[in-house]
Design a protein around this ligand. Structure first.
Ligand code: NAP
Ligand code: F7E
Length: 324
């Protein structure tokens, strides 16, 4: 039975990837960090089928110990301080986890077993103030946040360990991907949750920042399949994973409110607190390489995704508030 270690298993992608790998017959080890309150909401339904071990990307010794003890063949490094807005208020912490954390796990792998195959969760935020449209694996980077800068470091240190030590290390440049398990701080889930609350009479308005920002939004379960595919190839490489379509935050609002028969203009208010010091205006990826070399393609379109997210939040809130 192949064994995989996932850092960030309690997050959106980690939880989907764990389920995907279990379906593929893997033994899954998930790294969780010691926090004051542990939140296992996303993994509770399969928690007894995975092994949870404690460790932290801030602590290389903990990484060496758990690799020695569990000896995985594949490591998926999904752990990060992943919220762009928070990276301005905690730039050093973001660099420690999201940038240097990648070196710590790569180096732990090099020390314990350099044959381990490694996946790094890189991000379209590395393109930032985009140099070309659409963005490919060869588009130069211009990150616009401490988070984006940290991810550029993580991307290049992954390539550097591949080139320096011959390790099978891949960087997946994933564009935004969403779904029912997305954190409510991110704009898509913030909108779907608010629309559900407004529909059920639990909230009146929705405060947002820049409605004109455009993103290439995909469906998270599709994206974890791409991570696994990258580690099954003959040679390690880097891939853009995206839908090839961009939509604005405004369009997301229009469809989400339409799902409950409402007009977003009657509920959305602009609040400066949600504007960013430097914005990424437009991201749109070209997934040709992933399609041709990995045979990967997305299964869920933008509008379907938005409507599913709203329906899911209505269902969750009805359960939580015991509503008919
Ligand atoms: P997420 O939901 O925010 O999950 C982040 C995970 O990292 C959580 O499990 C968190 O654990 C863990 N973590 C944070 N700091 C850690 C530390 N110091 N040591 C160990 N674990 C730590 O993120 P996501 O959306 O699933 O994204 C997964 C990865 O892909 C991240 O690296 C993100 O930056 C990257 N990415 C995401 C997207 C996207 O659209 N979702 C796109 C491109 C790249 P706790 O539960 O303890 O907080
Ligand atoms: O913002 C705008 C905001 O926070 C998207 C992370 O997973 O994807 C994610 O980063 C856009 C931005 O995601 C609000 O200004 C407007 O232009 O949902 P977001 P993100 O910053 O694109 C990338 C690929 C990652 O790697 C990251 O880890 O929406 N926006 N109003 C808002 N954003 C938020 N959060 N809240 C608002 O009220």
């Amino acid at each position: 039975m192949p064994k995989a270690l996932i850092t960030g298993i309690t997050g959106q992608d980690g939880s989907h990837l764990a389920e995907f790998l279990l379906e593929q017959g893997y033994e899954v080890v998930g790294m969780v960090r010691r926090t004051s309150t542990i939140r296992f909401d996303r993994i509770r339904h399969f928690q007894d089928r995975v092994t949870l071990v404690s460790g932290d990307l801030l602590d290389e010794v903990s990484l060496i110990h758990l690799l020695r003890e569990h000896r995985p063949q594949e490591v998926y490094n999904l752990a990060a301080q992943s919220f762009v807005q928070a990276s301005w208020s905690q730039p050093v912490f973001t660099g420690e986890v999201t940038a240097l954390g990648v070196t710590r796990i790569l180096d732990a792998i090099r020390i314990v077993d350099p044959e381990i195959r490694f996946y790094q969760a890189s991000s379209s935020e590395m393109f930032g103030k985009v140099r070309e449209v659409p963005q490919t694996e060869l588009t130069p980077f211009h990150p616009r946040s401490p988070y984006g800068v940290a991810k550029v470091y993580g991307h290049w240190i992954t390539i550097n360990y591949r080139e320096s030590y011959g390790m099978y290390a891949c960087s997946g440049i994933l564009f935004n991907h969403e779904g029912a398990r997305r954190g409510v701080e991110f704009v898509t889930r913030k909108i779907s949750d608010a629309v559900a609350r407004i529909h059920l009479g639990l909230q009146q308005e929705l405060a947002l920042g820049n409605l004109d920002a455009k993103r290439d939004w995909g469906w998270a379960p599709d994206y974890v399949r791409a991570m696994w595919l990258m580690l099954q190839q003959d040679e390690p490489d880097d891939y853009v994973i995206a839908t090839g379509e961009a939509h604005s935050v405004r369009e997301f609002c229009q469809i989400a409110f339409d799902q409950v028969g409402r007009d977003y203009r009657e509920h959305v208010v602009i609040d400066e607190r949600f504007l960013r010091p430097a914005e990424v205006d437009l991201l749109i990826g070209d997934p040709t390489k992933a399609r041709e070399q990995l045979g990967w393609q997305p299964t869920i379109g933008f509008e379907d995704m938005v409507r599913r997210m709203v329906d899911n939040d209505i269902r969750l809130l009805k359960e939580e508030h015991d509503l008919p």
